[in-house]
Design a protein around this ligand. Structure first.
Ligand code: PLP
Length: 423
């Protein structure tokens, strides 16, 4: 396939700097996708330096509020003009208000908040908290994704990312996602030493929606065996699945819940681990036990506070449920002619959708073809045959129609190419 843009752009210098300073791999990916550099964004649209714009249905799940949500930008601007980074000596009101806002919406009892700067740090905080209570045996789900720092990587169940860094944390077991009986077996053997971590719907694992009742059973099993339960909602939380959290309505009482991505409001990186009072006690007792210089900074917390307020005010979970149902139906219709041949399944919940292909190669073809057509989507890091869609809740009917038209064209082209004898 040819490169996407032949118009002159300022990106050649960026590409050269990438090659020199970030290495050939990332530069090659950028070059493969046309070599453009992204320079501006607003709502669902990203603009590149060759004058083009792209509808962002990817963004690795960050942009539930789109790019640069105006209310979040306003709050962050105000914070920059007053006090962006704290001394960490005095109390800081924005972090306190952001914690209260988030805790208004977390599942009952989860009201102690530890702000960090990324999803993987939220995982680290939860794993350390579990350890402080003696839960030193980790149980994760196959293809689960929880970040790439060493602790989090131990539960990110993908050998491609794990193997170069072994040994990772010891005593880690993987169980099949969606299989409560497999989890029961591990818990029967190791009981309250266990810290179980899982996503309500696996995102990077290929948009895997578990069977009905699975999360409830996981919660009950963890209670029964005294295990520590961490629910990772970094990708699924804050409205993405059409509810505030993937565990809503599932009668699950996690010991810790992780949030990230959308908490940024599409403006400033921020994530959080939220725990109940008992679970949080080791961190609460000694505020220096687990810290980082920039954690809970006023600038990040101003973004988090504004993002939560927008999600609440605009009923983003309700919008995601409505738009997601419409989009899923449209994607299913677009994929219907290729089911069984090119496409094996279309699935999703809310605004987290996956198209599973029969062949890995098709995902690359679709990413490239959709990019050429002005649409950004993502592959799934832990499931190479699944194309993942994480559109913002700020798209309109016209943008969904544009996406479906381009998806239809991209599927038609991919099917023709894969059918051709030379492919
Ligand atoms: C469920 C989940 N947990 C944790 C992470 C790690 O977040 P980050 O990339 O911000 O470290 C991700 C990132 O994709 C994720 O999807």
């Amino acid at each position: 396939m040819t490169v996407l843009s032949t118009r002159p752009s300022r990106s050649s210098n960026t590409l050269a700097l990438y090659r020199r300073h970030f290495g050939s791999g990332r530069a090659a990916v950028g070059a493969f996708l046309g070599g453009m550099a992204e320079t501006e964004s607003q709502g669902p649209w990203v603009h590149t330096d060759d004058g083009r714009r792209f509808l962002d249905f990817g963004g690795y799940g960050v942009f539930i509020l789109g790019h640069r949500h105006p209310d979040v930008v306003r709050a962050v601007r105000r914070q920059i003009d007053t006090h962006p980074l704290a001394t960490r000596v005095f109390l800081e009101p924005v972090a306190a208000r952001a914690a209260a806002a988030l805790a208004r919406h977390t599942p009952p009892g989860l009201n102690h908040v530890h702000f960090v700067n990324s999803g993987t740090e939220a995982t680290e905080a939860a794993l350390k908290l579990a350890r402080a209570h003696g839960h030193d045996r980790l149980v994760t789900t196959r293809n689960g994704y929880h970040g790439k720092t060493l602790g989090a990587l131990s539960v990110t169940a993908n050998p491609t990312y794990q193997d170069p860094f072994r040994p990772l944390l010891p005593d880690t077991t993987q169980v099949e996602f969606g299989d409560a009986a497999a989890l029961r077996k591990v818990l029967e053997e190791h009981g309250k030493r266990c810290c179980v971590i899982l996503e309500p719907v696996q995102g990077e694992g290929g948009v895997r929606v578990p069977p009905d009742g699975y999360l409830r059973e996981v919660g009950a099993l963890c209670r029964e065996h005294g295990a520590f339960l961490v629910v990772d909602e970094v990708q699924t939380g804050l409205g993405r699945l059409g509810a505030w959290w993937g565990v809503d309505g599932q009668c699950v009482a996690p010991d810790a819940l992780l949030a990230g991505k959308g908490l940024s409001g599409g403006v400033v990186p921020v994530a959080a681990m939220v725990a109940g009072a008992d679970a949080y006690r080791p961190f609460g007792r000694d505020p220096y036990l687990h810290t980082s210089t920039f954690g809970a900074s006023p600038i990040a917390c101003s973004a988090a506070l504004a993002a939560v307020e927008v999600i609440e005010r605009d009923d983003v979970p309700g919008t995601a449920a409505r738009l997601g149902a419409h989009l899923l139906a449209g994607v299913r219709e677009a994929c219907a002619p290729y089911l069984g041949e090119l496409v094996t399944e279309v699935r999703g919940r809310g605004l987290l959708l996956g198209i599973e292909f029969a062949r890995e190669q098709a995902v690359g073809e679709l990413v490239l073809s959709l990019t050429a057509r002005g649409v950004l989507v993502n592959h799934s890091l832990n499931s190479t045959r699944v194309l993942r869609l994480t559109p913002p809740a700020v798209v309109g009917e016209d943008e969904i129609a544009f996406f479906l038209t381009e998806l239809t064209g991209a599927l038609r082209d991919a099917a023709a190419r894969l059918r051709s004898p030379s492919s």
